[in-house]
Ligand binder design. Structure first.
Ligand SMILES: Cc1ncc(COP(=O)(O)O)c(C=O)c1O
Length: 436
């Protein structure tokens, strides 16, 4: 295929896309994916892009993992979708496998997306506590459906009328950009709950939190924070919901991010990484909460609840993650990537911070110091665009006040050579942008 044919094809593609694709979240990336394999996505000319976002932070096994391909084919041919009240072996097997990993939370419901699963978790919390006030972080992202969106403060609150009554936010602790100098995270948490208590009508149901706020700009909760948060919840009869959409299944160097803190939530929500790119999510809770759900007639009846095909995929994902020791791999590869990013930072004053755990890393830009030419937001956008043109896809947190944070989350199966390539391309992108 010669270049002119390709360009003509692309122009026609984008014309059709403009005509038919509803805008839902900013611009589409100027790259048309034709296939994906391992850590790379290819366009139809064979041009490849290194996928350092694992698709939408989900493809932890890379793309088209042969065992996942085989599992999908076999499930599609034997047991795909069922009447919602009809159980099957893959569903109970996956529930059991998840419960084995988190013994205090043996009651499991399988759904499709993260927003949907958070919706279910919030409803469970409301039903079993009898409360209806839900608290989240002011930099959170929990999904686009009603209850999940009401607990999402990072973006998307304007233009849709009132969020759920009883929605509250407290600031997430931010070590790099503290809100107040010399105030510990503990003091900030005490102060936030003091304010919350003044506003609450006494009907607090839940706090929903990401252990590392990803869309918020890779903001890591400091060691000890989750335990303190759980204590605050317990004191008020609220449940702690942990949303591990991006952090579970080894991404941060442990199977679940909460393991570092030794704090088990009342409800654990898994999504994105559980299906490794396929729509699969899970809500996990304790026997006591499960019993209370049954007693109070918890209703969350959906078309794809406990569907066998995605469950078979989830089961295979768990098997691979454990068998191939991917949490350890994320820790090792993440350390290598973080070291490379730290070297990049030492050469460029406009990189203010490198943070994150395992293979969920953030690179935060600050305003260009010498000459003060560009703002962090402009810099990060430009570097991201340049990186893509060079063959590296890394995602940028654009909205909000955090300036520009590049989120870097390669598949957990990424090789050393691919990490090196990613760093090389990022270096080149930085050099290109900063010389102008
Ligand atoms: C932490 C977290 N929770 C929930 C969601 C929503 O998941 P979904 O888009 O699958 O509904 C996201 C999506 O980015 C997320 O990052």
């Amino acid at each position: 295929m010669d270049a002119s044919t390709t360009q003509a094809g692309d122009a026609a593609f984008w014309a059709r896309a403009r005509r038919h694709m509803l805008s839902f979240g900013g611009h589409f990336v100027p790259f048309v994916a034709a296939r994906a394999e391992g850590a790379f996505v290819y366009d139809r000319t064979g041009r490849r892009v290194l996928d350092f976002t694992s698709g939408q932070m989900s493809a932890i096994l890379g793309h088209s993992h042969p065992e996942i391909v085989a599992t999908i084919a076999s499930a599609a041919a034997s047991l795909d979708h069922l009447f919602s009240s009809m159980l099957s072996a893959p569903v109970v097997d996956l529930a059991e496998a998840l419960a084995r990993l988190v013994p205090p939370l043996p009651q499991v419901m399988l759904l499709s997306t993260g927003g949907e699963a958070n919706e279910a978790a919030i409803k469970i919390a409301k039903l079993v506590t009898g409360g209806w006030e839900v608290v989240g972080f002011a930099q959170s992202w929990h999904g686009m459906t009603g209850g999940a969106a009401a607990a999402t403060y990072k973006a998307g609150r304007r233009g849709y009328g009132p969020a759920a009554a009883g929605s509250f936010a407290i600031p997430a602790p931010n070590a790099f950009r503290p809100r107040f100098a010399n105030l510990s995270w503990k003091a900030e948490l005490d102060d936030a709950f003091d304010l919350l208590d003044r506003q609450s009508t006494g009907n607090l149901a839940a706090f929903i939190a990401e252990p590392i706020l990803s869309s918020g700009g890779i903001i890591e909760l400091p060691q000890g924070y989750l335990a303190a948060l759980k204590q605050k919840c317990a004191e008020r009869g609220m449940l702690l919901i942990l949303d591990e959409a991006q952090t579970a299944l080894g991404r941060t160097g442990t199977m679940f991010a909460f393991e570092r803190d030794g704090v088990t939530p009342d409800i654990l929500v898994l999504s994105k990484t559980l299906g490794a790119g396929l729509p699969l999510s899970a809500v996990m809770t304790s026997e006591a909460i499960g019993e209370e759900c049954a007693r109070r007639g918890f209703l969350f009846y959906t078309t794809h609840v406990n569907d066998p095909l995605p469950a078979a995929v989830g089961l295979k994902v768990l098997e691979i993650v454990e068998r191939d020791r991917l949490p350890e791999r994320a820790a090792t590869m993440g350390a290598q990537l973080k070291k490379g990013l730290a070297e990049l930072q030492s050469r460029h004053a406009c990189i203010g911070d490198i943070r994150g755990r395992g293979l969920l890393l953030g690179l935060e830009f600050i305003d260009e110091v010498e000459g003060k030419k560009r703002s962090a937001a402009v810099l990060s956008d430009t570097v991201t665009d340049h990186a893509l043109s060079l063959g590296l896809s890394a995602n940028i947190v654009r909205a909000g006040a955090s300036g520009g944070v590049m989120r870097i989350a390669p598949p957990l199966t990424v090789t050393q050579a691919e990490i090196d390539l990613g760093l090389e391309l990022l270096n080149e992108a930085m050099d290109n942008v900063l010389k102008n």
